[in-house]
Design a protein around this ligand. Structure first.
Ligand SMILES: [Cu+2]
Length: 161
């Protein structure tokens, strides 16, 4: 093993540590967002190292498809006990991401920003989403966005940008 190999190993170790730290923080800091670009690995292009980190690759795929499922049976109370009316309950995304809600239930639902007690806040409102239909909204600014279903007020969810 020559000095070049050792040097390369150290770089790779540092990059792996950085990537894992980003992964823990779900890539929310700007320094980490480059890992979420399609086709990007955690290595800089000028590096001649082989890309590694298969888990990082699957992480990127998950983050690239921000879909919330309106769960089967959520038209009846019960899903709120396990925060599973909208899945995931808390959708975490980076700013500029479009989230799509898909109604996998056989009842009609809404995705309405605001809270049950406070009412709609006017940011987004899907109106009625029929079975197997969907609704999308692009989140431009960071923040925590509460939403609920006007038809079934036990149904609540959160988008964190
Ligand atoms: Cu509903």
């Amino acid at each position: 093993m020559g000095p070049d190999v050792l040097y390369g190993d150290n770089i790779q170790r540092a990059k792996t540590a950085h990537f894992e730290e980003c992964e823990k923080n779900e890539f929310v800091t700007s320094d980490c967002k480059r890992y979420l670009e399609p086709g990007n690995t955690y290595l800089d292009p000028e590096d001649k190292m082989e890309p590694v980190m298969e888990t990082g690759t699957s992480m990127i795929v998950e983050q690239a498809i921000p879909i919330v499922t309106i769960s089967m049976g959520s038209g009846s109370p019960g899903c709120e006990e396990t925060n599973s009316c909208y899945i995931p309950y808390n959708m975490e995304i980076s700013s500029g991401t479009t989230v799509t809600w898909i109604n996998a239930d056989n009842a009609a639902h809404t995705v309405t920003s605001g809270t049950v007690n406070g009412g709609p806040d006017g940011l987004f409102d899907s109106s009625i989403i029929a079975m197997n239909s969907e609704f999308s909204y692009k989140f431009a600014e960071s923040g925590t966005y509460d939403y609920y279903c006007i038809v079934h007020p036990w149904m609540t969810g959160i988008v964190t940008v």
